[in-house]
Design a protein around this ligand. Sequence first.
Ligand code: 4UV
Length: 554
Amino acid sequence: LFERKEKEWTDDKGDDNKPCPYPADSRARPGIQLTPITSQNSSSMARLVLPTTIPSSRAPPWTLARVLKSQWNWKKGDVLGIFSPNSIDYAPVVFGTLWAGGVCSTANPTYTAKELAFQMQDSKVKGMVTQLDLLPTALAAAKQIGIPEVRIILIGHDRDPSAKFKHFTHLKSTSLLNLSYQTRVDPKKNLAFLVYSSGTTGLPKGVMLSHTNIVANVVQFSAAEKRSGLHCMGGQDGKGDKQLAVLPFYHVYGLTCILHATVWDGYQAIALPKFELEKACKLIQDYQVTFAYVPPPIILGFAKHPIVDKYDLSSLKWLNSGAAPLTAELVDAVWERLTIPTKQGYGLSETAPVTHMQSVLEWAKFKGSVGPLMANMEAKVVDLDGRSYQLDGELWVKGPNVFQGYLNRPELAKDTFSECGFFKTGDIGHVDAKGNFYITDRLKELIKYKGFQVAPAELEGLLLGHSDIADACVIPAFDKERYEEVPRAYVVMKAGVPRTDEKAKELIDWVASKVAPHKQLRGGIRFIDEVPKNPSGKILRRVLKEQAKKEDRA
Ligand code: 4UV
């Protein structure tokens, strides 16, 4: 799988039989080629997971597969909802579900019951796994969508004192591998995960990721990291690399780059249920952590927070930033303070996720770049008409890790994929002569707060439901002090409603009471007379984004 052949830049001939509408100038840039991943050598995810030791206090993946198949009448393609922060039980639950031929719908543990119910209903889950402190939210969501209480299993440290809800580790009957609960899958066709993304527009949608999508990306990503020679040396003796597993496993960045990559490469992961800078520093020091994949706000913490000086972080060899833009200033600040290189990766839920990854050896040479394309992928930078472009344009990608479409939304395929099979990322960027890509802007409506997705359409829908509001538009603003994007609402109030600071605060608090913390209107509320729209009624977000840019720069 790791045999690589460097390929020259070549004209895109397309690897499918569909005619490409832009044959004359469709120069696509292929990544390095890995030996193609076929259905024989990728097979099911279950092949990745034959743990050699299971701690006696925990349970192996096939324990869950047994319960699903023998007690829940589980069929191939059935979906399990996972509503939990990072936990030692997360991986066996994921692999147990896949082992039984199922699909995991992973949800953000900060969701409200309503947000959770939406995802669980949309992905038609048959049952849910959660933790004791999240049980009230899980139960409220389960009630809304009619999931019986017996189909809720607990994971994590705490047990239910009333013993009404079974803990995953209590399902254990035997730690011996039991193959009879395994279901063979077609890795290209059968789904492994449903992660939720708003894509380029609208409300969150189920991103259908097949077994092959994930296996391909783990192999692509691992091969890319190994190019540096500094990464991912496994070892049971405690001498191998150790990763700080702070990215949430429910999000595709943590799911592939931590949960799966750790199993694939055999190094240790020190998992945190949520990010606290001081705890992270202590764990790095105590466990001699060697690397971490994080979003930019954590890079900011390492660069600027005084608490970092209390700890010895000298074991850290490098950091990888992704999920949102990173400034070169922060990269320099981390280096000056800690002498640790910060490189960048880029990807999307729809690409399982990694499409670009910078080598740690090139962090200083190509600062601001997200690196070259992953193996077995092709990319184009196109103008608005889909023609290849020399300057900044929309990034399109193609490869074995590109998803199968949005769940129950076949009508979106036309706008999501080009006629010759490229996935339109909705991000804007360019590529230099050496093949390094740079992401410079976003064409799509998405807002990213600390790397988490916020769909403007969702907040606009909520605001429009408020009795004082006539119209609303939500856009990304920039918090200069924290170096991060934050959602800001521009609202038109109904006649007679005061446009005061108190009213703005009241509305911000009202939104905060109804959504997960990352969706709060941290960029504030601005009152306007009219939401700018084109003649067909489509919101002209660019106008307000420009307005916000001017205000945030002032
Ligand atoms: O769908 P999603 O929430 O997915 C992600 C994935 C982040 C990854 C994946 C692989 C990596 O190696 C890595 O370092 C990070 O966040 O959101 C996808 C959108 O997030 C923005 C961009 O707008 C995507 O369409 N985004 C992701 N990475 C970057 C980024 C980046 N490095 N710079 C700027 N924007």
